[in-house]
Design a protein around this ligand. Structure first.
Ligand code: SAM
Length: 398
């Protein structure tokens, strides 16, 4: 059966209709005619995967990645960077405008480097080889390089054999000083060759949660602030975009503001905002990240901050409400219903919602818009060539 692709969805899949049923086609671009095989059949929609492209889009170019089809990570690598931004922007507008409550144009800020931007990659290791799992599966795709990774991470991977690692998972991070933090999970004892620490600038190596070389943390310097980041603490993946977002959101705050930073990690946004506002209070569930945040506050002399460990949805029920504005940067699942309820039952002047999942952002905004007006929604290309995109949404009390 031939399928004509109408447009793209926010997950980078082609959209079509077969017998009036919404159909998502992985690997297809708008205006293409393809044949595809059925992957999943649901009551309201079906998912297909391209088999053969019969009429090719004029946007299609050869991918820069040899694993592009199997891995499925860089779905937009079949078009130029410029066109990938255009497609991401259009699919976000389609998603939000469909709901009729946000009808404005959505801008998208490009990443200064569309390749080699990732300061962290996590790889699977099987039988001494490293790679990724094919999207939504446990099918191992062996790779030699990933074009999204920072060049120093790529260079470290060329010496992967010196780790003598047979199975498990390896996460490699790089800081703004080009030091690596390597976190390995494996079922076997490792004899790491000394050569690897001689050849590469390594801050620390952690095996099964035990630091076997250097320190279990390193430091990031970004926007004139220094952050200690434990191997288990989250840090923004693309330095350039992280810096652009924090600079942009600063404009929504004033000297007299008392701000909650929900899901604050090591205090990335808290510390930047603390130099402008009266007080910042961060909440984060990872105890290591909260220790980092508290340390980072004194390291950067931000005495007007305090940090609380625990789930946002639990902590907010225990502390007296003092803030007039809020920053939220939740995981992909979005805001917990208790947090949404808190917003609806209180009068926060402004909520700055930073999201890595447009679907949950949309769900949360739909609920919050009865009380808060969406002033704008901006996209930032934190993860070029992949289906992922970061959004910042400014909500003001009506
Ligand atoms: C997307 S990261 C944002 C971190 C931080 N804002 C930053 O820019 O580095 C989400 C953070 O939320 C934390 N987290 C996840 N669920 C949580 C919850 N229910 N309550 C508090 N923190 C949570 C994670 O540990 C992670 O650090």
């Amino acid at each position: 059966m031939k399928i004509k692709i109408e447009k793209m969805d926010y997950e980078g899949r082609g959209i079509s209709h077969i017998d009036d049923k919404v159909t998502f086609i992985k690997g297809a671009l708008p205006n293409e005619v393809v044949t595809a095989k059925l992957v999943k059949e649901e009551k309201r929609f079906s998912i297909y995967e391209v088999e053969k492209i019969i009429e090719e889009s004029s946007l299609r170019i050869p991918s820069f990645c040899p694993y592009y089809k199997e891995c499925g990570g860089c779905i937009y690598s079949s078009v130029s960077y410029e066109n990938s931004l255009k497609l991401k922007k259009e699919s976000l507008e389609e998603l939000f405008q469909k709901k009729d409550f946000f009808l404005k144009e959505i801008s998208i800020t490009p990443s200064s480097s569309p390749l080699e931007y990732r300061n962290k990659i996590r790889l699977k290791v099987q039988n001494g080889f490293y790679g990724y799992y094919k999207e939504e599966s446990h099918e191992f795709i062996k790779i030699t390089t990933c074009k999204l990774a920072h060049p120093k991470i790529t260079s470290f991977l060329q010496d992967f054999s010196l780790l003598n690692m047979q199975n498990g998972e390896i996460e490699i991070r790089i800081n703004t000083n080009d030091e690596l933090l390597v976190n390995i999970t494996t079922s076997k004892t490792l004899q790491i060759e000394k050569e690897i620490t001689n050849k590469h600038k390594i801050a620390g190596i952690i095996i099964n949660n035990r630091c076997v070389y250097g320190t279990p943390y390193f430091f990031m310097r970004i926007n004139h602030l220094l952050y200690k980041v434990d191997y288990s603490s989250f840090f923004q993946t693309n330095f350039d975009i992280a810096s652009k977002i924090s600079n942009d959101i600063e404009n929504f705050f004033d000297e007299e503001d008392i701000v909650y930073d929900f899901y604050c990690g090591v205090g990335y946004f808290s510390l930047q905002l603390a130099k402008k506002v009266k007080q910042v209070l961060g909440i984060e569930e990872n105890p290591k990240a909260i220790l980092n945040a508290t340390y980072n506050a004194s390291l950067n002399e931000r005495t007007n901050t305090s940090f609380h460990v625990g789930k946002v949805e639990e902590i907010i029920q225990k502390i007296p409400l003092s803030a007039n504005k809020v920053v939220v940067d939740p995981p992909r699942s979005g805001l917990h219903k208790t947090v949404r309820k808190l917003f609806l039952e209180n009068n926060f002047e402004t909520i700055v919602y930073i999201s890595c999942n447009p679907k949950t952002l949309l769900r949360d905004c739909e609920e919050l818009q009865t009380k808060y007006e969406i002033v704008f929604l901006k996209a930032y290309d934190m993860f070029p060539f992949t289906k992922h995109v970061e959004c910042v949404c400014l909500l003001n009390l009506r």
